[in-house]
Design a protein around this ligand. Structure first.
Ligand SMILES: Nc1ncnc2c1ncn2[C@@H]1O[C@H](COP(=O)(O)OP(=O)(O)OP(=O)(O)O)[C@@H](O)[C@H]1O
Length: 246
């Protein structure tokens, strides 16, 4: 008799938000947000400047304490990876691109153990996958914006997390680089990862992302992309974040 797979009891939701409010001192950045990122989903988080998109991702990472409500991540901390905006880290740090990418593996390898052969190979494979096969020795500070973004993707590949969150990964890159990196994102999605990406390019979102969370200090829509990005919803988002642009 053919083997019968045991049913799995993994929750359908990778991340659940329940009446979540997040903020900074007297400023509420995200108010009363409820919903879930389903396991294996590909979701764009969009909204005007100051809508709370980065704050939400940082809250999910556990770096911002909820003012109210709850965040439940149905995965271990190792299974969660975050790619910050380029401006959020010091690229003048004296490190070669290869070592920067290798930092993505530190949870698996640990801070003190050396890299075994297979981990070194993973680093080379990741550099090749993002088109930086010849850039391993280059100091990080000498990489262009697009090359740095590719290195960030390679570092995220080394992490190999089940849930990956990226904050404006295409803001500093040209169209060709965006298409290359978007292909990688789609591959991660096809392999079953839960992928959450903050974006401003609504055409890109419409082309590639099945789900969209439209934020404006509160949830405006969180559903299929076509239903989320209606003119009415976009108008409401702009109105709620008056003066900002989408
Ligand atoms: N470290 C902080 N301390 C105080 N306020 C902050 C901090 N980080 C963000 N904020 C405030 O929280 C609000 C939401 O900011 P956030 O960066 O989450 O927005 P965003 O949607 O990611 O914007 P953008 O599209 O411009 O990146 C803003 O009013 C911002 O000024």
């Amino acid at each position: 008799m053919a083997a019968v797979a045991e049913p799995t009891h993994e929750p359908a939701a990778a991340i659940e938000l329940d009446q979540l409010s997040l903020g900074w001192r007297d400023k509420v950045a995200v108010r009363d947000l409820s919903g879930c990122f389903r396991r294996g989903s590909l979701t764009a988080v969009v909204g005007p400047n100051g809508a709370g998109k980065s704050t939400l991702l940082r809250g999910i990472m556990g770096w911002v304490t909820p003012l109210a409500g709850r965040i439940r991540v149905n995965a271990s901390a190792d299974s969660l990876a975050f790619m910050p905006q380029q401006g959020d880290f010091d690229r003048s740090f004296p490190i070669a691109a290869r070592d920067f990418v290798a930092m993505g593996a530190w949870r698996r390898v640990g801070p003190w153990r050396g890299f075994c052969r297979s981990e070194r190979q993973r680093v080379e494979d990741a550099l090749h996958a993002v088109g930086l096969g010849d850039f391993g020795r280059r100091p990080l500070a000498t990489l262009s914006g697009g090359q740095l973004q590719r290195a960030l993707f390679a570092r995220l590949m080394l992490h190999d997390a089940d849930i990956v969150m990226l904050d404006e990964p295409f803001s500093a890159v040209d169209r060709a680089t965006t298409e290359d990196l978007m292909t990688l994102l789609m591959q991660w999605h096809e392999r079953g990862k839960t992928v959450i990406v903050v974006l401003h390019d609504l055409e890109l979102v419409r082309r590639h992302f099945p789900q969209t969370l439209l934020l404006a200090g509160q949830g405006v829509a969180w559903c299929d992309t076509e239903a989320a990005l209606t003119p009415e919803n976009l108008h409401l988002a702009r109105h709620l974040c008056a003066g900002d642009y989408l």
